[in-house]
Design a protein. Structure first.
Length: 156
């Protein structure tokens, strides 16, 4: 019991932190460059943990249900963070890879973000089920939603 609590606590702490930080995040940026760094950092952490799940889903590393679930929990928490940092003035700030269409078609961009968030919640559910085949299917759908946004809204 204590061992499983030790595994769950970091995920719960990260999820709580994500919720606390996500709500007032836009008010925290003193400069547009700060917002760009924030959203890039959130995407980097999310991509790292998503990649860990992908390695298991695709058989590049042994499947570990607990690790898949822990990584999926982080992906879900991180998926909520970057979007408050796409505020006014951040389209030309710092070293952004966001295309101008993010701001000119904001409703479409936000819909893509919501789609990705919904898909990573499904990925999280598949990870909780502890079945590699379910995880692989959910990973594929989540990956498609990520790719769609990258294709339409991000400079390569």
């Amino acid at each position: 019991m204590q061992s499983s609590l030790l595994k769950i606590r970091p995920s719960l702490a990260l999820a709580a932190l994500a919720l606390v930080v996500a709500l007032p995040a836009s008010a925290q940026f003193q400069k547009p460059e700060d917002a760009v760094k924030y959203r890039q950092s959130a995407f980097t952490v999310m991509a790292n943990h998503f990649g860990r799940i992908g390695a298991m889903a695709n058989g590049r590393v042994p499947f570990d249900a607990a690790a898949a679930q822990a990584n999926a929990d982080i992906v879900v928490a991180m998926s909520k963070l970057p979007y408050t940092a796409f505020g006014e003035g951040t389209d030309k700030a710092g070293n952004t890879r966001a295309l101008p269409v993010v701001w000119s078609k904001r409703a479409d961009f936000d819909a893509g973000a919501k789609k990705m968030q919904d898909e990573v919640v499904k990925l999280q559910a598949a990870a909780k089920a502890g079945n590699r085949d379910q995880l692989k299917a959910a990973f594929g759908e989540a990956g498609k939603s990520c790719k769609a946004c990258h294709d339409d809204y991000r400079k390569e």
